[in-house]
Design a protein around this ligand. Structure first.
Ligand SMILES: Nc1ncnc2c1ncn2[C@@H]1O[C@H](COP(=O)(O)OP(=O)(O)O)[C@@H](O)[C@H]1O
Ligand SMILES: N[C@@H](CCOP(=O)(O)O)C(=O)O
Length: 314
């Protein structure tokens, strides 16, 4: 069957995500109530991208834009490229900080392309969308919670990524500390060794398993459950402020980790009133997103275009 395009614009709201959560390197992730809104429409020719909010004036406005790149990959999987595209992005997820902005852009692109094809969901089901998004990103631990919401466990089979989403226990209070400085995930991945001591691998396996219990059932165990030996220490020299804040929060009894590849810090419980993070951190008190990426027909409306009111799903 030839590929035909659905008429009119489509839009998607995609959550920020925090990956690793300490011991779950490249596997565990949490969707957060902070969102990018993206709309797209098939046009008669050319590519036009507009960006408001995070990345405005910095991101490319053509085929090099990550949302468009992901759309192109997805359109290939769906059977045809459209003659032209108009894409509007309202971005609230800080970029290159460890909050899954690139995964949000990729998931947005894959889901928008699918929604712009008449029988898109038949050609690319949800499992296929996850596999494609993870392949583009290179690791599945951000795209999984972005697509599914909640707390996700992702893994890779010979045929691609798979994931399950688990509900987060009451009492988990994600707070992120976002610094001004940026850090690219690709750079942070390059600091990791090719092999690790067996003892460290075994330490992390136990803590990652405990974290599944702590996040879904018993948040009182979050402090020991978020200890890590596989990535945070290797990355600490490149982000000393992040490492110091994680240490200070943990010393105050708060389960804190490097969010994704950093340099943002994620705390899974409210820090005590008396706790001072110091200057230079934007502190966002969030919740765990439920449901993940949401697609709808039509352009972005007034609510989706508001660059700051980002807390809840509309
Ligand atoms: N919303 C977006 N639209 C277009 N490109 C984006 C967007 N978000 C991130 N990117 C691209 O991805 C890069 C950051 O990706 P990455 O290093 O993986 O950090 P993050 O932890 O934020 O995902 C940005 O520098 C930019 O090139
Ligand atoms: N497991 C990855 C997670 C990267 O997350 P991001 O939000 O920083 O892109 C890693 O640690 O490299």
């Amino acid at each position: 069957m030839p590929t035909t395009f659905a008429p009119g614009p489509v839009r998607v709201r995609v959550p920020a995500t925090s990956a690793n959560l300490g011991p779950g390197f490249d596997a565990l992730g949490l969707a957060l109530t902070l969102y990018d809104d993206v709309a797209a429409e098939v046009t008669s020719g050319g590519v036009v991208v507009t960006v408001t909010g995070q990345g405005a004036g910095e991101l490319p406005a053509d085929d090099r834009h990550l949302v468009v790149r992901a759309m192109r990959v997805a359109f290939d999987a769906l059977g045809a490229q459209p003659p032209g595209l108009a894409v509007e992005c309202v971005n609230r997820i800080p970029q290159a900080r460890g909050l899954g902005s690139s995964s949000a852009a990729i998931v947005a692109g894959v889901l928008l392309a699918r929604a712009l094809v008449a029988d898109g969901e038949k050609r690319l089901d949800d499992a296929g969308a996850l596999r494609l998004a993870a392949e583009i990103e290179g690791h599945p631990d951000n795209v999984a919670p972005c697509l599914l919401g909640g707390f996700t466990l992702a893994w890779t089979e010979p045929f691609g990524a798979r994931a399950v989403s688990l509900p987060v226990a009451e009492g988990v209070r994600p707070t992120v500390f976002v610094p001004e400085e940026r850090g690219l995930t690709a750079t942070a991945r390059a600091t990791l060794p090719a092999t690790v001591p067996h003892g460290d691998a075994s330490f992390n396996a136990g803590r990652a398993a405990l974290l599944v219990h702590a996040l879904t059932t018993d948040p009182a165990l979050l402090l020991p459950a978020t200890a890590d030996r596989l990535h945070q220490e290797y990355r600490a020299p490149a982000m000393p402020g992040t490492a110091a804040l994680v240490d200070a929060l943990r010393a105050a009894g708060v389960a804190a980790v490097v969010s994704g590849a950093g340099p943002t810090v994620l705390a899974l419980a409210e820090p005590p009133e008396s706790f001072q993070a110091g200057t230079g951190w934007q502190v966002l008190r969030l919740q765990s997103d439920v449901g993940g990426a949401q697609v709808a027909r039509g352009r972005l409306g007034h609510a989706e275009r508001d660059p700051v009111a980002a807390g809840r799903k509309s």
